[in-house]
Design a protein around this ligand. Structure first.
Ligand SMILES: Nc1nc2c(ncn2[C@@H]2O[C@H](COP(=O)(O)OP(=O)(O)OP(=O)(O)O)[C@@H](O)[C@H]2O)c(=O)[nH]1
Ligand SMILES: [Mg+2]
Length: 520
């Protein structure tokens, strides 16, 4: 795939027509006015490199957004200048756009050399181009040696990523009688096959059939011009700027951080065939863009930012999406878009900072216990807030993590565990703890790993004991005395007093003036 670029009327479409024998200006109005308005496509086969498709863009300044939609997804460019003209404004603007997009492969073609000496403009254009991402590129005059130069260009280009994720920016959509909705675009990476499920505006759609360069295909790999026939999608649900996406590979972002600084407040973000108005404000090392609609992006994407008032263009690289980069947690669907790998913690939440979180949770728990020696444990919401967890679902996995304990402690703990199976509220007394070799340090370690809760000094129970106690007490007559509670729980006064006090504090039970209690 190669795009054209250059000032209006400098012979881009004529060049494509001569190379392919096809008419890139497909609209009647374009042919009548001899002016390209929207992107056109034509293709041919060259002996050395096979099929080559050209995206022919308009040169007129009014159609710059169409030009950007055309060159956006294309990796190489034929930069056209006319021998009988100076270096012109849209040549400069197109070059700025190519530079901002980071296009690195190109060929300079001087046209209309029958009308003037091409030497001067060839030199000027080469010098200008060499200062951009294109660098020093070869140049040809007219059709002489053009085919060979294009073949050289294609051979220099890196092999496309045919296994990559698909993001097909739609540049046209139409209805074909009997087939339904068809969209076209430039496949930059990946491979498409009939039957593939893709996402369009967050909804799954299925590929019914594929065409490339006018022929039906059982698969199309990047880089290619492709027409995709979609099942069950009304034509009116798709427009230029939409994208067909590999599921879970891109993130539909509303807030986008980019490297570009000092941007105008109002601008238009161009990527692929999309042009989305946005508001910008400065942040350290760049700008934050608030898009007027969602765009499927990834960190590292190159975007083009255009000031619609002055037509100024700058490029930027995406550094963050929806302010997610600082969050230790992200959703599965955000992993690829953020370029992060993490393990699944709960629900759809992943993290790549688990060990760090465990350490921070430990610190918070230790501080909490010191400040609230009599409490069961830190309330879920408090820990969620302190660790800035995006969901309360993440608290439990952090607390119930099973940190390894030394073997001797684990052995003693298993003995305790067996005791609790027999009598769940019978906290071991000092003798039993001594017998098992569990001193205050060992017990603190067990509590830290969430295997025991400390109900009072020297009183330890399984972590589920308070909840179980509430369930047992709910089944006896209300209100109940301390002694009735002790009997129902099958335990001693030493345990029942602090256990009931804990249940009072956590709002499970209510202590009445006559010293009886009832469940709230
Ligand atoms: N004499 C001469 N005329 C040419 C040559 N190449 C193009 N032209 C003429 O220049 C005019 C503009 O050519 P196009 O190919 O439409 O130019 P373009 O760059 O596609 O223009 P836009 O798409 O509007 O930007 C047409 O009248 C062409 O016939 C050439 O090599 N020699
Ligand atoms: Mg044209």
């Amino acid at each position: 795939m190669i795009a054209t670029a250059g000032h209006v009327d400098h012979g881009k479409s004529t060049l494509v027509r001569r190379l392919t024998g096809m008419e890139p200006d497909r609209w009647a109005e374009e042919q009548r006015r001899g002016l390209t308005i929207d992107v056109g496509f034509a293709w041919t086969t060259f002996p050395r490199v096979g099929e080559i498709a050209f995206v022919d863009v308009p040169g007129h300044e009014r159609f710059v957004p169409n030009m950007l939609a055309g060159v956006g997804p294309v990796p190489a460019v034929l930069f056209v200048v006319a021998a009988d003209a100076e270096w012109m404004p849209q040549a400069e603007e197109h070059l700025t756009a190519l530079d901002a997009l980071g296009v690195r492969h190109g060929l300079l073609v001087v046209t209309r050399a029958d009308l003037a000496d091409p030497a001067a403009i060839r030199q000027t254009a080469s010098a200008r181009i060499s200062r951009t991402s294109l660098g020093a590129i070869p140049s040809v005059v007219g059709m002489d040696g053009l085919q060979r130069a294009i073949e050289d260009l294609v051979e220099r280009m890196p092999a496309p990523d045919v296994d990559g994720d698909v993001r097909l920016w739609v540049d046209r959509s139409f209805t074909v009688a009997g087939a339904g909705t068809v969209v076209t675009g430039t496949l930059q990476a990946g491979t498409l096959r009939p039957g593939d499920e893709l996402l369009l505006r967050g909804r799954p759609v299925r590929v019914r059939a594929l065409h490339a360069l006018g022929q039906s295909k059982s698969s199309v790999s990047a880089v290619a011009r492709v027409a995709v026939n979609l099942r069950g999608v009304p034509r009116t649900d798709i427009e230029r700027g939409d994208a067909l996406l590999t599921p879970d590979a891109w993130w539909d972002a509303r807030v986008v951080d980019v490297t570009a600084a000092d941007l105008p407040r109002q601008l238009v973000v161009h990527i692929g065939s999309a042009a989305v108005p946005a508001r910008a404000h400065g942040i350290p090392n760049g700008s934050r863009l608030f898009l007027s609609r969602l765009l499927p992006l990834r960190v590292g994407d190159r975007v083009l930012l255009r000031n619609p008032g002055t037509h100024e263009l700058v490029g930027g690289t995406v550094t963050d999406l929806d302010r997610l980069s600082k969050s230790p947690f992200f959703l599965r669907a955000q992993q690829k878009a953020l370029g992060r790998q993490g393990k699944l913690i709960a629900g759809e939440w992943h993290t790549d900072a688990w060990d760090d979180l465990v350490t921070r949770a430990d610190t918070e728990l230790t501080a909490w216990r010191a400040a609230h020696p009599m409490d069961t444990g830190i309330p879920t919401e408090t820990l969620r807030h302190k660790l800035r967890l995006p969901s309360a679902d993440l608290v439990a996995p952090l607390l119930t993590r099973r940190t390894e304990l030394p073997k001797a402690i684990m052995k003693a703990f298993s003995a305790l565990h067996d005791d609790f199976v027999a009598a769940p509220f019978a906290a071991p007394d000092a003798n039993r703890l001594r017998e098992l070799g569990l001193g205050s340090r060992e017990l603190a370690a067990i509590v830290r790993t969430g295997r025991l809760v400390k109900v009072a000094d020297g009183v330890f129970l399984p972590p589920e004991a308070p909840t179980c106690a509430a369930a047992v007490l709910a089944r006896i007559d209300q209100p109940f005395t301390t002694s009735q509670a002790r009997q129902a729980l099958g335990t001693s006064r030493r345990v029942v007093l602090p256990l009931l006090a804990m249940l009072d504090r956590t709002g499970v039970t209510e202590r009445l003036p006559d010293d009886t209690r009832q469940l709230r």
